[in-house]
Design a protein around this ligand. Structure first.
Ligand code: UD1
Length: 420
């Protein structure tokens, strides 16, 4: 076990290079199951979740290597179609193998993911989607077992916009007979990247980035080389770190268009933001103005930035209201931020944050990936030392975070720890 020791009060400034997007990799990697052969995916981040997905693909018979940022996936040896509980419980995105295995091999057995740190996260839309495509789906001893000779195109309309279900159904429908239409499809850039990847493989998907996606099934797909996206949540996390720690931070190798909602909110909070083709520069506000936020599917304010935003608002000059509309219980970071001196009250899915003048270092506990990020951000400005425990959550989704923060001038160290 490791923990981070953060000494607060250092001004952040300088340049930080953004890694490839975790959530894009987690969708692209299982998509490789759709064609036997060798894939190369550039700009793949070296993260624990990517390692878990690699292990899952290897369990199915693929070979996966990561050389720097270049990932190679060889799917020629795939001969097992079961995603075991041991891996799925570590990472819910493992459900992404359901669609491609079913489409390519006519059979998939995937452990049912459980709840997670911020409440229930159902997979009903994934299952119902496969059923609508003609699969027979049963639940057997905690596993989703899906069978189909060849899937058949259909019309699927989501009541809620789901990133995972849109991706999974797209991967299933690319090899189906006839055409599938998805209404209220997710617009997230990672889903567009998945669609681009599948189209490069030979799929016929239209309407990517719009609420209606049309997928004309094809007989077979081919392995390809592809470059993944920059991580918009990592980018946003560094910008918020810069905004709170009084500095001038330039994120490079990022995609400003994917962060419009956050950039507007940062400007409202008083930061000066400039951007170019693949960079964003932020000058921290003299005083952080309170700004309300309501999370929403893309292009709205991402739920994956809500915890970091609350950390920023904890030091604002007034009161702000943060509404979480995607995951109602996603507030596990709040009691930990309160331990650092923040004044936050949560009622149902809304946090009311009253800005305080200073935070004070303490021991705090990570509960999930983005909660960990918010605690580190708070630690950067808290007086004295903040110890962030259970940082394995952080390693799921941030590549070399302490090195990157140190590069900007932060005083943060990873040390071994027996504390749980
Ligand atoms: C993805 C992201 C995650 C992000 C989330 C929302 C990946 C690997 N993870 O998760 O980082 O926080 O999008 O932007 O890309 N829902 C159902 N039934 C389902 C599926 C989802 O009711 O079968 C609900 C969820 O409870 C939630 C909403 O739909 O309220 C959106 O969830 P979804 O977009 O599916 O999230 P993930 O794909 O799991």
């Amino acid at each position: 076990m490791y923990k981070f020791i953060v000494k607060g009060g250092r001004r952040l400034s300088g340049e930080v290079s953004i890694s490839g997007a975790k959530n894009a990799s987690l969708a692209l990697m299982p998509a490789a199951l759709l064609a036997p052969g060798i894939f190369h995916i550039k700009n793949t981040p070296d993260l624990r979740d990517v390692a878990t997905m690699s292990r899952l693909l290897e369990t199915l018979g693929a070979k996966v290597t990561l050389d720097g940022k270049l990932q190679t996936i060889d799917t020629r040896g795939v001969k097992n179609f079961e995603a075991p509980y041991e891996l799925v419980k570590k990472m819910r995105a493992s459900i992404y193998v359901l669609g491609p295995l079913l489409a390519r091999y006519g059979y998939a057995k995937v452990s049912m993911p459980g709840g997670c740190a911020w409440g229930p996260r159902p997979v009903n839309l994934h299952i119902e989607g496969m059923q609508k495509l003609g699969a027979e789906v049963t639940l057997e001893a905690g596993y989703i077992v899906a069978r189909a000779k060849r899937l058949k195109g259909t019309h699927i309309s989501f009541d809620v916009s789901s990133v995972g279900a849109t991706g999974n159904i797209m991967m299933a429908a690319v090899l189906a007979e006839d055409t599938t239409t998805i209404s209220n499809a997710a617009l997230e850039p990672e889903i567009v990247a998945l669609g681009d990847f599948l189209n490069k493989m030979g799929a016929d998907i239209r309407g990517l980035g719009t609420p209606t996606i049309t997928i004309k099934g094809v007989k077979e797909l081919n392995p390809v080389d592809f470059e993944s996206l920059p991580d918009r949540i990592e980018t946003g996390t560094f910008l918020i770190a810069g905004a709170i720690a009084g500095g001038n931070v330039r994120a490079v190798n990022c995609e400003p268009d994917h962060l419009s909602a956050l950039l507007l909110k940062l400007e409202e909070a008083g930061a000066k933001v400039q951007s170019g083709k693949n960079w964003i520069e932020l000058e921290a506000p003299e005083a952080i103005r309170p700004v309300d936020v309501s999370t929403a599917p893309y292009p709205g304010f991402p739920t994956d930035m809500q915890a970091q935003w609350i950390a920023l608002m904890a030091l604002s000059t007034g009161s702000s209201v943060i509404a979480e509309t995607i995951y109602f219980d996603r507030f596990k970071h709040v009691p930990e931020l309160v331990r650092l001196g923040a004044d936050i009250e949560v009622k149902e899915n809304v946090a009311v944050v009253k800005g305080v003048r200073t935070l004070k270092g303490a021991k705090v506990m990570s509960t999930d990936l983005r909660a960990s990020a918010s605690l580190i951000i708070a630690g950067l400005v808290a007086e004295g030392t903040t110890e962030v425990l259970r940082i394995y959550h952080m390693d799921r989704g941030y590549e070399r975070i302490e090195e990157k923060l140190r590069g900007l001038g932060a005083d943060i160290e990873r040390v071994q720890s027996d504390e749980f």
